[in-house]
Write a protein that binds this ligand. Structure first.
Ligand code: PEP
Ligand code: MG
Length: 607
């Protein structure tokens, strides 16, 4: 998606005199953004200093007591959930929670805050912030202690004060509300949960030093259509707030303080991108059919409800992958069954009869466990191999009450329109069986409760995103209703390359024959057993890969909404039998670069 330059921020002659600086990163979401830079390291908005009347001292004190009680409750809940975390993280967070709970007792912080309310006549949030600042300053000034230890203690005081202020002001866990309209966000690193807070209508582009092509941060940025570059090392240190920056999400280049020529070229790209988008938009109502009459199902992935209008504009025939993680992001508690039902029902209703495949929670790995850690970011390495740890279906089977609530919510929402249930990170038959048992138990419970359920019951499918599942697909197929091939994780696990790491990004190659053979094996197993099969990883969104995937027998793809028109255009120029012959030739090759060259040549010939 392209963005225009913010008219309010013209470049001053003084800025123009600076030499431009270029950073090459990984192109994540296409489009070019031009705007003023906003660094995430800029200080957060201060709590405004508000005075109160003497008559309000008691009420203000009561507000403080309520915030203390709420903070204690949050920390106690977190303590109860600690056993879910890897041992290293438990060892790190456990003592921290104890320290925070002590600070919420009759501590200097709380005594001082109460005194400031009564004597200084300030609001509770001002009192807490000022007292915390004073304590932290005193800690830092204490002689004879190691600097890092003092800094850590001072930061702990600030952290508990932030929690109290958050509870006093009901502020969200984190917010980018200070971001000026049309700004380009520059960060060292953005977590998926941070991206979920960005408003694509207000932000022009994103550049970050850390991050790989297929990580969840990248997936979300593409979903929101924000021109983005990740892995642009050095960009966060170099940026000055307000400096003009160009982010080219197609080439992966970030330019700080661009020259007149670079600016003119970027403006031309913005215009060209807008023209191309308008052209592709006209494909919306045309069918996704090959020249020889094969219908191809093109659906959208949804990671955030705010994508619904984009999905409607894209012409997608339903949602092939609803990543339900958004419900658990940026919050310290877990959504209950009713809240989840409302979310799913709203989405199912918006799709007006088109199918919605809802994937149950795929938490863990690089998707952070914030809802389980009560807002603590794990500072240390945590699990040595988080991607191989407590993730997806493993976590759900460990936490049956969480799994059951989500299944119940999906079943109830399924009355409003066709839904399917998808299990993430499956590796074994035992997991499928345990999940099906849970599903049946939930159905019985809802029936006893007198709930209306969809008839027939929603199909239960699995992600094929581990080599284990792909190579066992022929046996798994007998126990599930459909497969959704997740090429993002499949490539990561097959090639042992972290999908969200920039330094090994060149090794992450879905065209590696190992990945293609896994896709082929799983697809053939599904076709033989007449199970539905789709691809919902990022591979599905690249029109250059469409002929190969169609040639392997795939007829269903789910992708970020903005990719649907491009893939549809590719489909409409193909003959399925040519694709089959082409796939046969590709599958005989062992060199990914050679395969890439064949794919490029095939796409050019078909265009
Ligand atoms: C995948 O792994 O390909 C996939 C679609 O799931 P996610 O990107 O959410 O891990
Ligand atoms: Mg996955």
């Amino acid at each position: 998606m392209s963005r225009t330059e913010t008219p309010r921020r013209r470049i001053s002659p003084a800025r123009r005199a600076l030499p431009e600086q270029q950073f090459l990163g990984i192109a994540i979401a296409s489009g070019v953004a031009i705007g003023p830079a906003f660094g995430t390291r800029e200080p957060p908005v201060e709590v405004a200093r508000h005075k109160i009347a003497a008559a309000d001292i008691e009420a203000e004190g009561a507000r403080l007591e309520a915030a203390i009680a709420q903070s204690r409750k949050q920390l106690a809940k977190l303590r109860a959930r600690l056993s879910l975390l890897p041992e290293d993280s438990q060892a790190e967070i456990g003592p921290l929670i104890d320290a925070y709970l002590r600070m919420l007792g009759p501590s200097r912080l709380i005594r001082g805050a109460r005194r400031r309310i009564a004597e200084g006549l300030v609001t509770a949030e001002t009192a807490v912030t000022e007292e915390a600042d004073a304590i932290a300053a005193a800690i830092l000034a204490t002689p004879g202690d190691e600097g890092t230890g003092r800094r850590r203690r001072a930061e702990e005081v600030h952290e508990i004060a932030r929690r109290l202020v958050r509870n006093l002001t009901r502020q969200p866990y984190q917010s980018f509300s200070g971001l000026p309209d049309g700004a380009v966000l520059i960060a060292e690193q953005l977590r998926p949960a941070d991206v979920a807070l960005l408003d694509p209508s207000r932000i022009a582009g994103v550049a970050a030093a850390i991050g790989g092509r297929e990580g969840h941060t990248a997936v979300l940025l593409r979903a929101l259509g924000i021109p983005s570059v990740l892995g642009a090392v050095g960009v966060a240190e170099a940026v000055r707030p307000g400096a003009v920056v160009i982010v080219d999400g197609t080439s992966g280049v970030v330019i700080l303080d661009p020259s007149e020529e670079s600016l003119a070229a970027a403006r031309r790209s913005v215009a060209a991108f807008a023209r191309e988008r308008a052209r592709l938009g006209r494909l919306r109502r045309l069918s996704a059919e090959t020249l020889d009459g094969q219908q191809i199902e093109l659906q959208a992935n949804l990671e955030l409800p705010r994508e619904l209008p984009l999905i409607a504009q894209s012409g997608a025939a339903g949602i092939g992958l609803l990543r339900s993680e958004f419900l658990f992001m940026n919050r310290e508690d877990l959504p209950d069954e009713d809240a989840q039902t409302d979310h799913y029902r709203t989405i199912v209703e918006a799709m007006a009869g088109d199918p919605v495949t809802i994937r149950v929670l795929d938490w863990g790995g690089e998707k952070e466990l914030e809802a389980f850690t009560g807002g603590f970011m794990l500072m240390g390495p945590g699990e040595a191999n988080p991607a191989l740890g407590m993730r997806g279906i493993r976590l759900l089977l460990r936490r049956p009450e969480l799994f059951e609530e989500q299944l119940a919510a999906i079943l109830r929402a399924g009355v409003a329109g066709p839904v399917r249930i998808l299990l993430p990170m499956v590796t074994s038959l035992a997991e499928v069986r345990a999940a099906r048992e849970t599903y049946e138990r939930v159905v019985r419970r809802l029936r006893r409760r007198g709930e209306r359920l969809p008839e027939p019951l929603p199909p239960l499918g699995i992600m094929i995103e581990t080599p284990g599942a792909a190579l066992a697909a022929d046996t798994l197929a007998f126990e599930v209703d459909f497969f959704a091939i997740g090429t993002n994780d499949l490539a990561m696990y097959a090639l042992a390359v972290d999908r969200s790491a920039a330094d090994v990004a060149p090794l992450y190659d879905p065209l590696h024959p190992a990945v293609l053979r896994l896709v082929q094996f799983a697809t053939e197993a599904a076709l033989r057993t007449r199970r539905g099969v789709s691809v919902c990883g990022e591979m599905a969104a690249d029109p250059r890969f469409t002929p190969l995937l169609v040639g392997l027998g795939l007829r269903s793809f789910s992708m970020n909404a903005s990719a649907v028109p491009r893939v549809k255009q590719a489909v409409r120029g193909l003959r399925a039998d040519d694709c089959a012959r082409f796939a046969h030739r590709v599958m005989e090759r062992g060199d990914p670069d050679e395969i890439r060259a064949m794919i490029e040549a095939f796409s050019r010939a078909e265009a």
